[in-house]
Design a protein around this ligand. Structure first.
Ligand SMILES: C[S@@+](CC[C@H](N)C(=O)[O-])C[C@H]1O[C@@H](n2cnc3c(N)ncnc32)[C@H](O)[C@@H]1O
Length: 291
């Protein structure tokens, strides 16, 4: 007859392991170690993947071929070009962070689109949705501490930088635009944050599981276009296990969602006067949690 398993703990405590009771903890230890090794391997592979992404942003990335560059700018690496053509600014809702942006003092502020070397430089503005979301992160550090964070459409990188500053475990800043990724790297360094991982890719085409475990997804001001908003919402619905925070000043792409039970208002901030003027009169910007 087999001894009932409940006799094992005493034997385990007395260190006199023998027979089947020796085997049970051994199998457990080997099993748990195997799972740990697999988990470590997955984390290592994710890390290598992210590290490869960061390596791309070590400051040597050349300007994209489609840039309209004057002769004196032609040989500059992208990051130097961004530094040259933007200004450091704290004139936003998160003055703790200094961001390189196109400001009224910048030579690019009044130039016509065809004169600007950067195509669609969304990263060069700190959008009202991103400002609210970043303010929320800095004021609610407990939500983000020790969490794996994914910032989709990071632009200038402010929300990612804030998440890293308040103690997130891992921050992955993502943007489809190479220049936004360079700007994020530059701004991270400006704010003495050297732990960001940066991914230049369209992850909305990918299964969310390919990104590894994500606790919190950040979406700053991404609902400016109806078609893209729908794509973003469809993708968000595939992220079942992550909390999702959206910063938005009231753009139409979020209208249907704000009328539903799938979203809850968590914070609202008054925008600075100049931000109101530059953003179609939006006076406040909100942070929502999407369920
Ligand atoms: C309006 S800006 C917002 C930037 C930043 N989150 C903020 O609030 O200041 C939108 C950003 O989304 C990026 N973007 C657009 N489509 C994207 C996609 N499929 N994947 C990742 N980023 C995308 C753009 O390049 C741009 O930097």
């Amino acid at each position: 007859m087999r001894e009932p398993l409940k006799s094992c703990p005493n034997q385990y405590r007395s260190h006199s392991l023998s027979g089947e009771c020796y085997l049970v903890p051994l199998v457990l230890i080997v099993g748990i170690s195997f799972v740990n090794i697999i988990q470590l391997l997955v984390q290592f592979l994710n890390f290598i993947h992210s590290a490869a992404s960061i390596a791309k942003y070590s400051g040597t990335c050349p300007a994209p071929a489609n840039m309209r560059l004057s002769v004196k700018h032609k040989r500059l690496p992208l990051r130097q070009l961004i530094s040259k053509l933007t200004n450091k600014s704290r004139d936003h809702l998160t003055p703790e962070l200094e961001m390189r942006l196109i400001t009224p003092d910048s030579p690019l502020w009044k130039c016509r689109p065809e004169e600007c070397p950067f195509v669609d430089p969304y990263w060069a503005f700190y959008w009202p949705g991103g400002q609210a979301l970043t303010r929320f992160i800095l004021d609610n550090s407990n939500i983000f501490q020790r969490k794996n964070i994914l910032d989709v459409g990071c632009g200038c990188g402010a929300s990612s930088i804030a998440a890293a500053i308040v103690g997130a475990k891992l921050v992955l800043a993502n943007d489809i635009d190479t220049t936004a990724c360079e700007a994020t790297a530059l701004n991270a360094r400006l704010n003495r944050t050297n732990t960001l991982h940066i991914l230049n890719d369209n992850i909305l085409n990918k299964k969310s599981t390919s990104l590894g475990h994500v606790d919190i997804v950040l979406i700053g001001d991404m609902f400016y276009d109806s078609e893209f908003s729908q794509m973003l919402l469809d993708w968000l619905r595939t992220i079942k296990k992550s909390r999702v925070f959206v910063g938005d000043p009231g753009r139409h792409g979020l209208d249907n969602l704000t009328r539903s039970q799938e979203i809850q208002l968590v914070s609202e901030y008054d925008l600075l006067d100049h931000t109101v003027l530059e953003n179609n009169g939006f006076k406040t910007s909100r942070v929502w949690e999407v369920f």
